[in-house]
Design a protein around this ligand. Sequence first.
Ligand code: ADP
Ligand code: ZN
Ligand code: ZN
Length: 716
Amino acid sequence: MIAKVEPLTTARALRGPFDYKLGERFGDVGIGSLLLVPFGRQRLRGVVVGLAETSELAPERLAEPIAALGGPLPTGLVELGLWVAHEYCSTPSRGLELVLPPGAGKGPGARTELNAALTDAGRAALDGSERLGPKQRSALERLAAAGGAAAAGSERDSLKRLEARGLVELSEEEVSRRPVSVAVGARGERPALTPAQGAALARITSGLDGSGGELLLHGVTGSGKTEVYLTATEAALERGRGAIVLVPEIGLTPQTVSRFEARFGDRVAVLHSALSAGERRDEWLRVRRGEARVCVGPRSAVFAPVEGLGLIVVDEEHDSSYKQESDPRYDARDVAAHRARAEQAMLVAGTATPRPESWERLERVELPERADGSPMPGIEVLDMRERDGREGPLHARTREALARLAETGGKAIVMVPRRGWSPFLDCRVCGHAWYCPNCDVSLVLHRAGDVMRCHHCGHSERVPESCPECASVSIARHGAGSERLAEIVSDLVAPLPVLRLDSDSAARKGAHAAILGEFDRAEAGVLIGTQMVAKGHDFPDVVLSVVVDADSSLRFPDFRAEERTFALVSQLAGRSGRGGAGRVLVQTLAPGAEAITRAARHDAGGFLAGELERRRELSYPPFATLVRVEMAAKEAQAAENAARQTAARLRPLLPRDATLLGPAPRFRLRDRERRQVLVKAADRTATVDAVRAAVDGAIASRVMRNVQLSVDVDPQ
Ligand code: ADP
Ligand code: ZN
Ligand code: ZN
């Protein structure tokens, strides 16, 4: 038998699969098996992607694998990994790494536990017929008392000696490292479904009973989407099928995870990056063995080895974390759709703020009202254009509302665009400004730690006491980040507590859940922070939400700026006013922008109709596919040359209707000069094929030396 093996290597130029001869000792090897193979003078791990009777190579030139490292994966997963590699212009090796067990063939092994049982001889020994050391005696006594039990680590050696004397019987048993989860606001009750939820569930089960399908579940925050996911998962399990539930980031959505664990207990496996390597491997194995039939996790969980998959849920489908920002730059939402089709499973993408892509393409089911029947909160747009700079970053109405909270009690959430104290410093005398030496961005002042930081590369330096150009000590701090706003808000709402949630305050493991937990338990107070405060969690008693600088995301030069702004404002607004009175204040310099006025009216349909119109006119997704090719190098000239050559290779390969933009500079990042070439075209397959061919051709050429090239299909 011949195995076609794709070696796991980072080299882009290497193209498999390569043939290996399978001798008798490799009888168990099949598609999806992990092998150790000789490759030139190296030994590489490789995945079997095909089997054949014969090879085109002469028999004496065929090598045998060195060892089998792991049992076969489901064929569907091997296909999925290779599909991702192809679809996103990556390599088979990188695609396959996605579907392999975590740490496959190199990570920690299984953890075993030593079980001991007393033999008859052992019992006799305890009665005094044999000489025993004190340690051995106490170990035997403990076993006799417990009637045989797992051994503590310190007893291992004594037990081994007792086993040699025939006094105990030992057995090794594999145990699972189950991650510990912290329950955040998981409410255990099971409500009767509302009619809208019932209709959504019926539509999903009809897909489960048929051949799958795709659905957009559009419902405002609190409309009961998660309850639909839970009952749909139950329906899948009842039919003997498994489910994958994708959430933006586990750390940001502890409540969703807790609710799945509360409902399904041990049948849920949670896969995410905060787990130790061993925990991740063991959770993966629980899914692989079918012990867990529901897998909850971030984007990578779309590759979980759930067999007989019936349902894939993509919660908060608008969230940009579904796109992986390193090679392979896959979009888990598209991978989920592909996998659902391949396995005839049902795909349910849920959100309050659908992407234009999903609105256009997917069948829609609406949950138009909140599950508790409370009205959506009133949203006031506060115009920040004609204000006196000395008033500070908060509008008078915002200050009043927060001050009132201090009197009435209750909870508020305040969202600010940036972390840190102030995002920009300059010299009042000569205008010198402080930039990162590695990136074209300004440094952000962080009062905690007394440093200025680059939010892109992590560079930090001490806060300057004087200007390096003119020695003036008059340095102005512009704008307000989360640190400074937390202090301003604290003054306004004192004595209520103010909790700050941003990637600084949540950096420590578990800190994020701890902050949310504290806010959940508090009688009253303010949660203030970056976009994190608008994501995933559910605090029914929030009466006030504030968006500071709502249009900061609109100012990005990006075709998704409108979509993002609409989502952020709507998501935060949705967190306010459950169970009655709620108020939302949106501070903005662009009070007339569609993204803001539509969000203020809770009008997702109106916003999306307008946005799709604009996208159609400009030929943006979903009406075209975008592919970005980026060249990065230490020297600007090297990046420029590489970009020009790539564009020249690409142009003749592109379909007729395609537009090629660039090469154009992108801002310098981590000490790399960058250039990009952007392709926009209606014919996706032809475009991606052209880019793949051009990139494969370019890789080998000399201008690519010391240049990092990356391809991003569907850039975010
Ligand atoms: P979403 O995921 O859309 O934000 P959830 O499923 O979290 O909505 O529901 C919001 C709140 O309403 C939760 O506290 C949930 O327990 C409750 N809820 C959901 N469905 C119902 C229902 N049918 N009847 C009563 N309460 C419900
Ligand atoms: Zn100066
Ligand atoms: Zn930097």
